[in-house]
Design a protein around this ligand. Structure first.
Ligand SMILES: Cc1ncc(COP(=O)(O)O)c(C=O)c1O
Length: 268
């Protein structure tokens, strides 16, 4: 097999045929398309079989000597709507029982990621969501099955703080504007790709006003925020954003010749 040829097709049946050909001994997990309502990053339009076609696909895989061991789903990243999980679990339970009726014993459920990072107090505490997920798992899957999860941002968002220096200051239309040596082409790339608005803080205290905060590049898109409550600070001062460990440095670029921010590990 050509290692550079991706094993991707846009038809689920073709996909099964390719797997049967190139990875005949693999155990499969079928991803379901589930509601992503209200999640900050939508992950269901691009991936996942519709629940109504799932068991036919499991049968098709079986007819191609492959075993579908279970199901997976992703409710969308930064999911603050717990109903997405309950609906996804119900859809998965329906597929489990239809599969059983047709002779296929699924034994694994991967509930994906989406667990919300605590960016601010508008985000419901994860322990409340977790309690509901556990109760629904107990209710809908009484038989012993393997349950997996793939949390991403919930584990890493709080692991990093971005610290940037003010390299420009202006008053535009009466509004105080700060220009930083980091922006949306760099650590703040999550503003664009991850649809996340990070809160920007100052180490200095004092009366605050609504300010704009821009990145260093020539592009007007390089706007971190048009509404941050900040004090009147000076060129060379530092501003910072907490909870920026997920989907940030990973999508940083060197656009305009500005290198990505230096990552410093601090062990406490
Ligand atoms: C398949 C899969 N699993 C897990 C994750 C992690 O998601 P999150 O950061 O929302 O927990 C992603 C993120 O895109 C994903 O695509």
């Amino acid at each position: 097999m050509d290692p550079y040829k991706p094993l991707v097709t846009y038809d689920n049946h073709e996909e099964v045929i390719k797997i049967a050909r190139y990875a005949p001994h693999s155990g499969l997990v079928l991803r379901l398309n589930v509601p992503n309502t209200g999640s900050i990053v939508e992950l269901s339009s691009k991936f996942g079989a519709f629940p109504g076609e799932a068991v036919d696909l499991i049968a098709f895989a079986h007819n191609n000597n492959l075993v579908v061991e279970g199901l997976s789903f992703h409710v969308g990243s930064q999911c603050t709507n717990p109903k997405n999980y309950s609906q996804a679990l119900q859809l998965a339970a329906g597929v489990f029982s239809e599969a059983k009726m047709r002779g296929f014993d699924l034994k694994l459920l991967d509930i994906g990621g989406g667990f919300p990072a605590h960016y601010d107090d508008t985000v419901p505490p994860f322990r409340r969501v977790a309690k509901m997920i556990n109760a629904e798992l107990d209710r809908l899957f009484p038989q012993p099955i393997e349950i997996l999860a793939e949390p991403g941002r919930f584990l890493v968002a709080s692991a990093a703080t971005a610290i940037a220096q003010i390299i420009g200051k202006a008053v535009r239309g009466g509004k105080l504007c700060y220009y930083l040596n980091d922006g949306v082409y760099h650590t703040y790339s999550g503003v664009i790709f991850d649809h996340t608005q990070y809160h920007i803080k100052s180490f200095k205290k004092g009366p605050t006003q609504i300010c704009s905060v821009f990145g260093p590049t020539c592009d007007a898109l390089d706007t971190i925020s048009l509404a941050e409550q900040l004090p009147d600070v000076e060129m060379g001062d530092l501003l910072y954003s907490e909870n920026i460990g997920a989907y940030s440095a990973a999508s940083s670029t060197s656009f305009n010749g500005f290198p990505p921010a230096k990552v410093v590990h601090v062990n406490q």
